[in-house]
Design a protein around this ligand. Structure first.
Ligand code: GCO
Length: 255
């Protein structure tokens, strides 16, 4: 019997950017696998609505709205979570934004906003949460990278840079914290059917391009994230660290 390898009962997970899309799917899946889950987002109303819905289904979930690009908020909110909910065993750095446009016309504010949320946010969150993990000599950190940690297309430079950096930050965290029995890995989604990609899905030319570029011929569904998230959050992956696992319908396997 190997089901226990994927059992998260007794664990507490914190998922950022969890009010919708991939974060909400992963938070729900971790709760279904037995974890107590803290859901974070800057969209407070949407976050609280979803947490109430999941809680009504009988799962142990909590809403903690704050901005992961604000290190002062993290330094105040994460200790509050650990006081009110308990030690964080699993951190999923999912919060991410997109600001598209040609590099030469991309406003400085857009560049900084993307890097501050997608890359620095993961750094600040991990730096805060890892303190307890080091003390307890146990922890799981999952950084949500992207196929754009590896390849890209025109007009998405800030996102590509942030996700490329997050891939290497994942490896940096892994090599520094492995001696504390903390595993740090990435999940690299391809084009997923989320609000972030609505501009593509609603553009016939871009939509057709994506569907031709992905061997599976479809966008990923947020539910496709759940299995790999449970695996990387569970004892089944205790000797896996510094890896980015791509969930992309074959995108990176082909030109
Ligand atoms: C785009 C898409 C991509 C996806 C990414 C998944 O503009 O091409 O938004 O950046 O979001 O492939 O992380």
């Amino acid at each position: 019997m190997t089901a226990h390898l994927f059992d998260l009962n007794g664990k507490t997970a914190l998922v950022t950017g969890a009010a919708q899309g991939l974060g909400l799917a992963m938070a729900t899946g971790l709760a279904q696998a037995g974890a107590q889950v803290v859901l974070n987002d800057i969209q407070e109303v949407k976050l609280c609505t979803e947490v109430a819905r999941i809680g009504a289904a009988g799962f142990r979930v909590h809403a903690f709205p704050f901005d992961v690009s604000n290190s002062a908020q993290i330094q105040e909110r994460v200790p509050a979570i650990e006081r009110e909910v308990g030690p964080i065993d699993i951190l999923v750095n999912n919060a991410g934004i997109h600001r598209r446009g040609p590099i030469e016309h991309l406003p400085e504010a857009a560049w900084r906003e993307v890097l501050d949320t997608n890359l620095s946010g993961a750094f600040f969150m991990a730096k805060q949460v890892v303190r307890g993990m080091i003390e307890r000599r146990s922890g799981k950190i999952i950084n949500i990278c992207s196929v754009m940690s590896e390849v890209g297309r025109p007009t998405v430079a800030a996102y590509m840079a942030s996700k490329g950096g997050l891939k290497m930050l994942t490896k940096a965290m892994a090599v520094e914290w492995a001696k504390h029995n903390i595993q740090v890995n990435g999940i690299g989604p391809g084009w997923m059917a989320t609000e972030m990609n609505r501009p593509l899905m609603e553009n016939p030319e871009l939509d057709a391009w994506v569907r031709s570029r992905v061997p599976a011929g479809r966008y990923g569904d947020p539910a496709d994230m759940v299995g790999i998230a449970i695996y990387l959050a569970s004892s089944a992956s205790n000797f896996v660290t510094g890896q980015v696992i791509y969930l992309d319908g074959g995108t990176l396997a082909t030109l």
